[in-house]
Design a protein around this ligand. Sequence first.
Ligand code: NA7
Length: 543
Amino acid sequence: RPSGDGQLIDALIVGAGFAGMYMLHKLRGLGFNAKGVEAGSGVGGTWYWNRYPGARVDIQSLEYSFGFDEDLEKEWRWSERYAPQPELLNYAEHVADRFDLKRDIRFNTRVTAAHWDEAAQVWKVATDPGEALRCRHLILATGCLSVPTDVTFPGLDTFQGDIYRTSRWPHEGVDFSGRRVGIIGTGSSAIQSIPIIAEQAEHLTVFQRTPNYSMPAHNGPIPEAELEAWAKDPRAYRAASRDTVGGFQNEASEAMATLTAPEEVRAELERRWAWGGFRILGAFADTAVDPDANRIVQDFIAEKIRGQVADPAVADLLTPKDHPFGTKRPCVDTGYYATFNRPNVELVNLRAEPLVGFNAQGIETSKKAYAFDAVVLATGFDAMTGAIDRIDLRGVGGRRIKDHWAEGPRTYLGLMVAGFPNMFTITGPGSPSVLTNMINSIEQHVDWIADCLVALKQRQQTSIEASPEAEAAWCRHSTEAVTPTMLPQANSWYMGANVPGKPRMFMPYAGGLNTYTEICNQVAAKGYEGFIIRQGDRVLSES
Ligand code: NA7
């Protein structure tokens, strides 16, 4: 329980990933006394933890990088179209050093509890290792995919070999040479790591429950011409990225696949497949909403999988059948499907032979026992709410966030929660976040929160809080935004479907980053419409 002692600061920022780093820099620059706490021993968040082989960003690095400082932008050169994890971590380190952030971040420190003190209008915070803190504003930059699911398997602790989690990879790396390796999961983390592990290991067995759609990255050095075009006007490039649904440039087309001649559809899909990455997502405007249009893309990708995998039975197993294209975050790979042509790689279909558990030697399915020296768990995250849920967060009247979110995470704009004054979430549930280029979402949130804190300070206002009505209206609007799409049809982590007992609710805002930004700006321009603002115990505005 937080003691309520400790020096009072303006803002405590939880997490030192890209969101926390920029928030700290921004608030300090505006004269706030802001501090950060971070569970890891260094900055970088996602890129600090996910050190598995092959980890890299799935948005082009020119767009997946900070745009808030022109000098930073000019001095940094990405070596590849999609930067690998070590380079992204170097970038995070570079940003931290350049802006001297580390002096205000407490590392190896986890926030365990935060309770709102109504009388004092401050947050009382407890950490592990135990230290009491007090802050006027609590800013959760805790990440959307930062807490691995608690998934466990019978007998896991009896296994004599090594267990690795992609999201908690050893800093010293792992050498799989000459080892028999198993991997559970075929999400993005597995799809990135499988080709690299397969090259090293003596034998790799992939345990797949549900196949995913994956597009080729066509990664490599950024062509000089592209760099030059970007360098001519990085501002315009950024502005174009931000003014999109996904926060990245995608040549989003208005054309309808169902109304376009089949040969033209094919040519367009081929062009985008050849371009690589997420480009195919923008090919036709109806693929996200019309099952017939979506089926066209599904069939196209199924054909591409068949074209890469020599054994037709394996190709069939690797082809998604249970969810429309784009309803789970698609993967971007380098040589994933072709890896299954290697003689040392085997695919096990857990739908046909369910996983029973571990024994001392390895993994047992309903059909067979598999022996391993090491097993990799690429089993995913308690997305969007996991890191927030794990903090004992209590708002007005001691209300717990878990209770407030018992039927799914409710927020206003994905930025604030009714009954939790002065608590902000960066890329929280209810914001576009995981449906977008995270860095553009992060910068938009940080700028909005910073403007809000400046406005409060100028007017000597002590607290801001989402009104219950505004929160309810935002939930309704979010539902309206996603309902016409096929997104809720998949058992995705967007829906909370990968965590047993988690309420089913589509968590991110599906209306697009551009629309969302416009709404946030209007809310601010209207004097923070939908928020309750107080000065001491006086309510100043309530809408
Ligand atoms: P994901 O995409 O959630 O993938 C997790 C994978 O693990 C997925 O294939 C799951 O199969 C599988 N899984 C989870 N639990 C089990 C059990 N108990 N048995 C067998 N298989 C299991 O996580 P990632 O880390 O790959 O990627 C997360 C995001 O990070 C990604 O979308 C990118 O945006 C970056 P399932 O589908 O549940 O059948």
